[in-house]
Design a protein around this ligand. Structure first.
Ligand SMILES: Cc1cc2nc3c(=O)[nH]c(=O)nc-3n(C[C@H](O)[C@H](O)[C@H](O)COP(=O)(O)OP(=O)(O)OC[C@H]3O[C@@H](n4cnc5c(N)ncnc54)[C@H](O)[C@@H]3O)c2cc1C
Length: 407
């Protein structure tokens, strides 16, 4: 028996073993699906897969789709603990198709975001999924912000973001009549989409290609399967057993004021960043003592809080008092008042922190530790823009799985 593995996001494991929890009671139709997600698929009636993906968010589903398209002969399963797919980060995000301007040149985030945005547009066109390539203005309202804006523009050019332009006051007004600013980056490649719809479409592709999606299946533990010589001869390459039960993760920040149009026509203001007191807790007073203990004892959170104390307090203050948020928004749109806005939904961001309290900026994919580490690939840090990058990430994961597990 190995210690249970903790997941920050999703994990791909090469498994050919039993699922002691059993599948029969685990399948439910997912919301908004034309057909039940748990039916169909080559292996739906068995409890054994060649590859298992844990987590039916956009990253897990894109990876499952990439793997089955590349290896149609393998039996592949997605295990999701909720009754519906993509209801956590993927279903609680801002819906922006990011252009890739913000990220450090040469980082995985920068490369995968630029590739991923192109792939998402192409995929939506193929599947007839609605999106809007509405563009984005990144605005400097104070003189002192202009050097930073210009540096960001240069970074965007280095990252290969398409169509970037620096524009002046009068052009800002032409594009956004209510917005005031001294200079802006016009970023026409940015768009918006409903990522839950995209993720569900990935699941559909996956199932049509023969994959199985099992909802209401919470993985608690992964252990080595007993390997009988006869089953090994039978092709059981990396036997492991996956058990149902509980797991944890980690989280924190965002920066800046955003006005984000949504596919439904509303506009979201924010998000600002405050500490969530519960994993998957979307209401202001959601609290879990166990989650808080985990975050405090197992991450560099205390150091992060001490290093960013005044920023954290100001974010908390803005979250409590809408008038404080409005003050910030008025720097960009002076006419806006408290009466024009109301509280919107929240999302909880899974964000890896190192022991020194630094946010881990880039995506992190790696194997686990110990003997079982040779059989799993973890997606340890996939914060924004992982939805934009999901198709590019899935290609990378499929390459890594191919190499690591010698498929
Ligand atoms: C507020 C907010 C705004 C964002 N805005 C954007 C944006 O505009 N553009 C963008 O590109 N990105 C954005 N992001 C980031 C993006 O949403 C995430 O990076 C992306 O959704 C991560 O996908 P995922 O599949 O890793 O995680 P998730 O969507 O959270 O999926 C993980 C899944 O794993 C399941 N799971 C967990 N543990 C288990 C277990 N033990 N057994 C079985 N299943 C399990 C969960 O139930 C969940 O369904 C935003 C994120 C937040 C929080």
């Amino acid at each position: 028996m190995v210690p249970s593995l903790r997941y920050l996001g999703s994990a791909c494991g090469l498994a050919r073993g039993g699922f002691p929890g059993g599948f029969s009671g685990a399948c439910r139709p997912a919301l908004g699906r034309p057909r039940p997600l748990c039916q169909g698929g080559r292996q739906a009636s068995t409890s054994s897969f060649d590859v298992v993906i844990i987590g039916g968010g956009i990253v897990g589903l894109a990876s499952a789709r990439a793997l089955i398209l590349r290896y149609p002969a393998l039996s592949i399963g997605v295990l999701e603990k909720e009754k519906d797919l993509a209801v956590h980060q993927t279903g609680h995000n801002s819906g922006v198709i990011h252009s890739g301007i913000y990220y450090k040149p040469e980082s995985l985030k920068a490369k995968l975001c630029v590739q991923g945005a192109a792939l998402i547009y192409e995929y939506c066109n193929q599947k007839g999924i609605a999106y809007k390539q509405c563009g984005k203005l990144i605005v400097a309202v104070e003189q002192e912000e202009i050097p930073r804006l210009k540096a960001l523009y240069e970074r965007g050019l280095q990252n290969g973001v398409q169509g970037l332009r620096l524009i002046q006051q009068e052009d800002i007004k032409k594009k956004e009549p209510y917005c005031r600013g001294l200079m802006a980056i016009d970023c026409p490649y940015t768009g918006i989409v409903d990522y839950r719809q995209v993720a569900v479409s990935f699941a559909q592709d996956f199932q049509e290609a023969g994959g199985s999606v099992l909802t209401n299946f919470e993985v608690k533990d992964i252990e080595m399967a007993r390997e009988s010589p006869s089953r090994s001869e039978d092709g059981m390459k990396y036997p492991i057993v996956i058990r149902n039960t509980k797991v944890p993760d980690s989280r924190f920040p965002f920066l800046g004021v955003h006005f984000t149009p949504r596919m439904d026509g509303s506009i979201w203001l924010g998000p600002n960043a405050v500490l969530a007191f519960k994993r998957e807790g979307y209401k202001p007073f959601d609290f879990s003592a166990r989650d808080i203990t985990d975050i405090i004892t197992k991450s560099g959170l205390i150091k992060l809080v001490l290093q960013n104390f005044s920023y954290g307090v100001s974010e908390m203050y803005k979250a409590c008092f809408l008038s404080a948020t409005v003050k910030h928004l008025q720097k960009f749109i002076p006419e806006i008042t408290v009466n024009d806005i109301f509280r919107g939904p929240a999302g909880v961001r899974a964000q890896a922190l190192d022991q020194d309290g630094n946010l881990i900026e880039d995506f992190v994919f790696d194997g686990g530790v110990g003997i079982i580490g040779n059989r799993v690939l973890h997606v340890r840090n996939a914060p924004s823009p992982a939805a934009t990058s999901s198709l590019a990430i899935s290609r990378m994961i499929a390459d890594e799985v191919q190499q690591r597990f010698k498929l």
